[in-house]
Design a protein around this ligand. Structure first.
Ligand code: FAD
Length: 580
């Protein structure tokens, strides 16, 4: 395949514009087909905003000769970097039982049809090998858990997923009822349930990390395969939106089940014990699972612990059982809302603002009190949501739909918390720190989300009347006073930060901008310690995974960590089988 870089197109370009540009670069060389590999927006010059594209082209003729003939520095020959899961029960059995038939095809062709044809036959073979205690158990159906489950299931490892929340359809009903003013369901909310914290989200998929092994590209392909727009596979800042994410989670669930996985909603891990009757040096665990009525034991040698950053009761249980944990840096702050059109105009100018997707921003500032203030989880054309998980504690976050066409654009503005801000060295002290703040915001809003105009916040005055900006919030809100709910070093830094951001993005320091809080779950405040092999060294077979364990931040990195843990689990299972 040839790669053509640096194709420049105006906003609103057509398919023909793109194809004309490809032909122009290829000169006389004809192409068979093409694929957009990457697309980013360059909005640095407001009167000349352009899309920059990289295109992969399959050409007619010898590729090397054609590259020479085209003689353009933006055209090169590439080899596709495709992520491959290195272990498969299917492959293992093929090798084991009919090695001559072994082929790598299961990895090459990821169409549903080919996977199912292969696994239908092979799972049957593998099931007698894969004893129940070797089946991996995945705690949590967030991006980390579901991506681990999906790849393990497709490779014949028949994972069991334990999720305290409900399936995404029933979960949506609970979330909407809560936003309408009904009581919070502590196990079915914006953070808990199928899809995890990533479901009622903005669904932005970009990460700051390099895609060394093609895992991120693989994740985008999986999202696309289960219902995301193809653009996620090439946009520099891919985005899905809550409405689509719900559908994607349903499709992933179907696929996991179809490939021999088991998913148990409304089932919560409440205890882990080492089994009394260890058969060999490889530890066996008895997981105590509550289904809401009864408690049962699930015996396994391999556990992926992908519980997310809000599973405080599970953190407590693990800590009390002696699982090694440590404090981790985190940040707290507020959400800020501006009219979407104002942000679009400030970023794109009048000429292009209606032709481009809702604009985003990323801001950082070093405050005079030494703290960093930064924007986080920006949701263009989105909503602030009540993302609480515990009674009498209020938490906000941001979401959007796929169209990103809400009236406001919002982002978290958060300030880093230092170890000395938290009394004590117990890793769970940071959770208590979050809880105290969440309680203050609950009280300030009398159970609703407290909101305040920026001008009132900066002078510590309760907002009595909204100005030109109306909140776009999912969940009930009340006008309130937020400054006194925050530590002074946080509110001072936020005020300075907003003023400074106003010098970079016109209107950011608008007196009527809406603030709400508290944004306290930006990342996990604890890390569950694991070694290089991704297991806990004192609990072999237990793999702390994803954001809650402290190894990811965001949907894509959590999914990638899920896949990495799945690789190690699969390797362990295959090694175990070899020694049986
Ligand atoms: P989680 O998604 O938190 O999943 C953990 C799962 O484990 C949950 O479903 C929970 O119910 C379950 N669980 C916990 N304890 C137990 C137990 N004891 N037994 C059984 N099950 C248990 N990130 C982005 O990259 N882009 C965004 O646009 C974005 N927007 C967000 C918007 C909102 C409203 C929120 C809340 C988060 C957003 N995030 C976003 C962050 C992102 O959702 C998380 O980084 C990601 O979901 C972490 O994935 P995870 O699988 O590690 O954990």
């Amino acid at each position: 395949m040839l790669r053509i870089d640096n194709i420049k197109l105006k906003p609103g370009y057509s398919k023909k514009d793109l194809e004309d540009s490809i032909k122009k670069v290829l000169k006389k060389v004809e192409y068979k087909d093409y694929k957009i590999l990457r697309r980013s927006l360059d909005a640095r010059k407001k009167d000349d905003i352009i899309y920059l594209l990289s295109i992969g082209v399959n050409i007619k003729g010898n590729e090397e000769k054609c590259v020479k003939m085209i003689n353009n520095k933006n055209v090169m020959l590439i080899k596709g970097k495709k992520y491959r899961f290195p272990y498969s029960m299917n492959q293992f059995n093929l090798r084991d039982e009919s090695s001559d038939k072994h082929s790598d095809k299961s990895f090459e062709d990821h169409s549903d049809e080919s996977i199912n044809k292969l696994s239908d036959k092979l799972i049957e073979i593998s099931s007698d090998k894969l004893s129940e205690d070797l089946r991996p158990v995945i705690i949590g159906a967030g991006p980390a858990g579901y991506f681990a489950a999906q790849i393990l299931a497709e490779n014949g490892f028949r994972p069991i997923v334990i999720e305290r929340g409900k399936n995404v359809t029933d979960r949506k009903k609970d979330v909407e009822a809560f936003w309408a003013g009904e009581k919070l369901n502590n196990d079915s909310n914006v953070s808990f349930g199928e899809g995890g914290a990533g479901t009622f989200s903005d669904g932005k998929l970009n990460t700051g990390n390099k895609d060394k092994f093609g895992i991120f590209a693989h994740i985008m392909n999986v999202f696309h395969r289960f219902g995301a727009d193809e653009a996620v596979t090439y946009d520099a800042k891919p985005h899905i939106g809550t409405d689509r994410l719900i559908l994607i989670m349903e499709n992933m669930r179907e696929n996991i089940l179809k490939n021999g996985g088991d998913i148990r909603f409304g089932h919560k891990l409440i205890n882990i014990e080492e089994a009394d009757d260890q058969k060999d040096s490889n530890k066996i665990y008895d997981l105590e699972i509550s289904d809401g009525k009864d408690i049962y034991k699930l015996r396994t040698r391999n556990v992926i612990l992908s519980i997310g950053h809000s599973a405080r009761d599970t953190f407590e249980m693990l800590y009390n059982k002696g699982f090694r944990m440590e404090q981790k840096p985190f940040a707290v702050g507020l959400r800020i809302e501006h009219p979407r059109k104002n942000i679009d105009r400030a970023q794109y100018g009048d000429k292009y603002m209606d032709k481009l997707p809702a604009a985003d921003y990323k801001m950082t500032y070093h405050a005079t009190n030494g703290r960093s203030v930064f924007s986080f989880c920006m949701c263009p054309g989105g909503y602030v949501v009540n993302a609480s998980t515990e009674d009498k504690r209020t938490v906000v976050n941001g979401m959007s739909y796929s169209g990103r066409d809400g009236d406001n654009s919002n982002a978290a503005l958060v300030v880093n918390i230092l170890p000395e801000d938290i009394a004590g060295n117990n890793p769970l002290d940071a959770v208590e720190f979050q809880r105290r703040l969440e309680e203050k915001f609950y009280e300030a809003g009398n159970g609703n989300i407290p909101v305040q105009r920026f001008e009132d916040f900066s002078v510590g005055r309760k907002t009595e009347k909204l100005g030109t900006v109306m909140p776009a919030i999912k969940g009930k809100y009340v006008l309130s006073e937020l400054k006194s709910c925050l530590p002074e070093y946080v509110s001072d830094a936020i005020i300075e930060g907003i003023k400074s951001f106003g010098t970079k993005l016109h209107g950011f320091d608008n007196n009527d901008a809406i603030l709400s809080g508290i944004e306290s779950r930006t990342s996990s405040p604890v890390r569950i310690c694991r070694d290089e092999d991704l297991m806990m060294n004192d609990h072999p077979g237990i793999f702390p995974c994803g954001e809650g364990a402290g190894y990811a931040g965001g949907i894509t990195s959590a999914a990638a960590d899920g896949i990495k843990c799945a690789e190690k689990v699969a390797q362990r299972i295959i090694t175990n089988l070899n020694f049986q």
